[in-house]
Design a protein around this ligand. Structure first.
Ligand SMILES: Cc1cc2nc3c(=O)[nH]c(=O)nc-3n(C[C@H](O)[C@H](O)[C@H](O)COP(=O)(O)OP(=O)(O)OC[C@H]3O[C@@H](n4cnc5c(N)ncnc54)[C@H](O)[C@@H]3O)c2cc1C
Length: 538
């Protein structure tokens, strides 16, 4: 990619050799590098600002830096997925191939059939922990590539009960949520699409909600529902309308962050996105600058080059798991002296529970319409607020089952700890931490599915799959505001080091999905950074 506005100095070194300056190297992301006697070549770069990750936090950060006139390098471990209407860019839930998993020899997603292949830089990572595995997106766009797109603003009291207390809900309500929503453009499913045969599971769920006395809710989704209409008319291959979205939507209709914030950032000419650039470690040098140790990899995961990038400002947007792992490693190995003790802690799963629902005497059918676009905001439940949604599943044949997902507010008691053998940080979690919320969610799901009657609900076969496959789509925490960062994401005591992603949030976003809140928080933090730090800190 061309990068005319990036004033860059690239240094080329062989391992153990002296530096050779190659200033202002031209077009590619990397200058030619000397090859070490053994192992991949090592090169050096100097940048003004570096962002790690291209999810919600990273993309907002990149755009705001670009608008402030700051040349910015964005490092993304994954590939750029060519998203166009009616493509075969992403794999399918029930016939996965190597594109479905991040550098894993087999399928990682629960429910997707097991397949084995040569590892690839695929779209979904499963970060294995002790007592909890985390799913996250990989590639330009981060989690927005694989997410359903449920875009929900929490209520003020639930925001206050779960978000850092310095955050002012009124300001979010007035400004930051609106800014994020203006980019994502979420819309509820229209009547005509909901009436289509493939949305039978959604309609069944809405009926059960109404029968239980709660108010049915259509979840805003950042997508063009006209694309769903085209699918229903047979003009393009179905993706949304068969619920085949968890490895990415193949219809080009979703407003993923690579096509919104990040596309706008790149269009300024000030932002360069370097794909297949995996950050292995971060470090502070004796002069107080930030050093990013990068592995440039192939799509098979082989390291072909190591790059040492020095920068005045480093923004961590690698997501809760990615950012926490980098910070915990840096602290354990003393690469960044004096990192706050709370690094890696205050982590939670947003109260995620996933149930399979098999209604007796009725069936949600095969190829169930999606994304998860209907539900209920059971926010006055005396046991605590819960959002419950139906997630259509693209079953190739009718097996009589669909999925139901619940979110609540949990105590952020998970922690990432350094594992020297793996040279990585591992998440530690116990199901006792959210047992109370789990019980409340299970009870309410059964009550709703029984049309208001718990006993009738028990007649449905409702399994909490999370008790056996303890995973989450919603990792939050590890570098939280207050313990690790100041109210705007500056890491305490570390000038020029910032966090701007889901790591800032201690475990829950007010009993609903987190992406809108992460984007809104990132916008808010960048208001402060561009006003006070651009031109002074970097
Ligand atoms: C299957 C699934 C469905 C979901 N559905 C919803 C939903 O409907 N609604 C909702 O609100 N949320 C949903 N989520 C959650 C949502 O995607 C996340 O909350 C959100 O993406 C987090 O944003 P982030 O900026 O913190 O990080 P991410 O979006 O996770 O972005 C992190 C980026 O950093 C990159 N990265 C990580 N480590 C490194 C490294 N070492 N070097 C270089 N790059 C790195 C990653 O590849 C990624 O691009 C879903 C998640 C999943 C997995």
């Amino acid at each position: 990619m061309g990068e005319p506005n990036l004033s860059r100095r690239t240094f080329v070194v062989g391992a153990g050799a002296g530096l050779a300056l190659a200033a202002g190297a031209a077009s590619s992301a990397l200058a030619p590098a000397a090859r070490a006697a053994s192992g991949p070549a090592v090169s050096e770069q100097r940048r003004r600002a570096v962002v790690i990750g291209t999810g919600f936090g990273g993309a907002v950060t990149a755009l705001r830096l670009a608008r402030a006139g700051v040349p910015t390098l964005v490092l993304e471990r994954g590939i750029r997925w060519p998203i166009t209407p009616d493509a075969e860019t992403f794999p399918h839930m029930f016939s996965p191939d190597r594109r479905a998993a991040w550098l894993s020899p087999s399928t990682v997603l629960t429910g997707s059939p097991p397949r084995f292949w040569k590892p690839y830089t695929g779209v979904l990572e499963r970060v294995r922990g002790v007592g909890m595995d985390v799913f996250c997106g990989a590639g330009v766009g981060g989690g927005s590539l694989v997410y359903h797109g449920m875009t929900i603003q929490p209520r003020g009291d639930h925001f206050a009960a779960s978000m850092p207390s310095v955050l002012d809900y009124d300001a979010f309500d007035r400004d930051y949520y609106r800014r994020a929503a203006a980019v994502l453009k979420p819309e509820p499913i229209p009547d005509d699409v909901l009436a289509a045969p493939s949305y039978r599971s959604s309609r069944m769920f809405l009926d059960r909600v109404a029968d239980s006395g709660l108010e049915p809710y259509r979840v805003p989704i950042p997508m063009d529902w006209d694309v769903a209409r085209r699918e229903l008319r047979g003009e393009i291959t179905p993706s949304y309308t068969t619920g085949d979205v968890l490895y990415g939507a193949n219809n080009g209709g979703k407003n993923t962050v690579d096509r919104t914030w990040l596309a706008e950032a790149e269009a300024t000419g000030r932002v360069e996105v370097a794909t297949l650039h995996r950050v292995a470690d971060i470090e502070r040098d004796p002069a107080g600058r930030w050093v990013v140790h990068v592995e440039r990899i192939t799509t098979d995961g082989d390291v072909v080059e190591r790059i040492r990038i020095t920068t005045d400002a480093l923004f961590l947007g690698a997501g809760s798991a990615g950012t926490s792992r980098l910070l915990v490693k840096a602290r354990a190995k003393d690469l960044v002296p004096d990192l706050p003790e709370g690094v890696g802690a205050n982590w939670g799963n947003n109260g995620d529970r996933i149930f399979s629902w098999t209604p007796v005497g009725d069936s949600p059918g095969a190829l169930q319409g999606g994304p998860a676009c209907v539900g209920v905001r059971d926010w006055d439940n005396p046991a605590g607020p819960i959002t419950i949604v139906n997630g259509g599943v693209p079953f190739p044949t009718d097996v009589g089952t669909t999925s139901v997902i619940g979110f609540s507010i949990v105590e952020p008691r998970g922690v990432f700890r350094y594992d020297p053998v793996a040279d990585d940080a591992k998440l530690h979690w116990s199901q006792t931490y959210d047992a109370q919320q789990t019980a409340a969610t299970t009870k309410q799901v059964r009550r709703i599915l029984g049309g208001g009657k718990l006993v009738q609900g028990l007649a449905n076969i409702t399994l909490d799959t999370s008790t056996v496959e303890t995973t989450t789509y919603h990792p939050l925490g590890g570098a939280t505001i207050g313990d690790v960062c100041d109210p705007h994401g500056r890491v305490l005591g570390q000038r020029g080091l910032y966090v701007n992603d889901g790591s800032l949030i201690p475990g829950s976003t007010g009993a609903c999905n987190p992406s809108l809140t992460i984007a809104a928080l990132a916008e808010r933090n960048m208001d402060e950074v561009v006003t006070h730090d651009v031109g002074t800190v970097f």
